[in-house]
Design a protein around this ligand. Structure first.
Ligand code: FES
Length: 277
């Protein structure tokens, strides 16, 4: 028997503002017939297709991966494609752009400055053994415990929700912000990297980690379960211990000879379709 589809009319209150044309932001009201499973992004598409083609918002993957559709939904930062309308309301919801960013138009914030800071902190693994890096002859050994130390911070999709939630960002636009700071921690903690000292100079500067007063809003806002507040507190601890000469200097991952094929083949059954067979 076919399941009966029920539709609920939900009022969307959407913040509209075009800095090139409008003197001030306004709120527009739209009615969206919502079925179970519809996301906020689906609702915005419905509005754009049936009521107002000029509505501006950003999206790409529609599956919580690209980080394009971050916005304020009922006053909280979240991903429009990852938020089901009926999970947050049965009658009305408000949609607004992420704060703490300049606005391009309507629901699309300008994320370019955030990506600029991210680029500056050198978010990639760097090693001093250039010869080995350019012509690898061995493997970098990393234990499961060493992987665990930074793994959760790799799940960041750079959506800007943490930056929008951060009260320090709201008062200090030069603050590096939870996303870049977390990525500094991610690379500095990776045992394969040895550029920690280069990145630490960003962390300890006047708009670095010590401007964070641990509100924890960044971690509450992250749609991927990353905990930027934890990364920031751990970096503060590292810096203080370093100042007193008590920091543990983790050694950069050492090189291990690749196991010869015959020995690992004997231990691990490789499926027939695997390249390494
Ligand atoms: S559209 Fe990619 S995360 Fe929402």
């Amino acid at each position: 028997m076919e399941e009966k589809v029920t539709t609920t009319n939900i009022i969307f209150y959407v913040r509209r503002f075009d800095p090139e044309k409008d003197a001030s932001p306004r709120q527009e009201q739209y009615t969206v017939p919502v079925e179970k499973g519809m996301t906020v992004l689906d609702g915005l598409h419905y509005i754009k297709q049936t009521q107002d083609a000029s509505l501006g918002f950003r999206f790409s993957c529609r599956m919580g991966v690209c980080g394009s559709c971050g916005m304020m939904i009922n006053g909280k930062p979240g991903l429009a494609c990852n938020t089901q309308i009926l999970d947050v309301t049965q009658s009305a919801l408000t949609v607004a752009p992420l704060p703490n960013f300049n606005l391009i138009r309507d629901l699309a914030p300008d994320l370019v400055p955030m990506f600029g800071v991210h680029q500056n902190i050198q978010p990639y693994i760097q090693r001093s053994d250039t010869a080995e890096r350019e012509d690898p002859s061995m493997e970098y050994f990393q234990t499961p415990h060493q992987l665990e130390e930074y793994l959760q911070f790799t799940y960041c999709i750079k959506c800007g929700c943490c930056m929008a939630a951060c009260p320090t960002m709201a008062t200090d636009r030069e603050y590096l912000g939870p996303m870049p700071l977390t990525q500094i921690y991610r690379y500095n903690t990776d045992s394969r990297d040895d550029a920690g000292d280069v990145r630490k100079k960003f962390v300890s500067e006047s708009h670095g980690v010590f401007n964070c007063h641990y509100a924890g809003e960044c971690s509450a806002a992250c749609p991927k379960g990353v905990d930027p507040a934890r990364a920031i507190q751990l970096m503060k601890k590292d810096l203080v211990l370093g100042y007193f000469g008590l920091a543990k200097h983790g050694k950069c991952a050492h090189l291990h000879k690749k196991p010869d094929k015959a020995s690992w083949k004997a231990k691990i059954e490789v499926p027939a379709h695997t390249v390494g067979k």
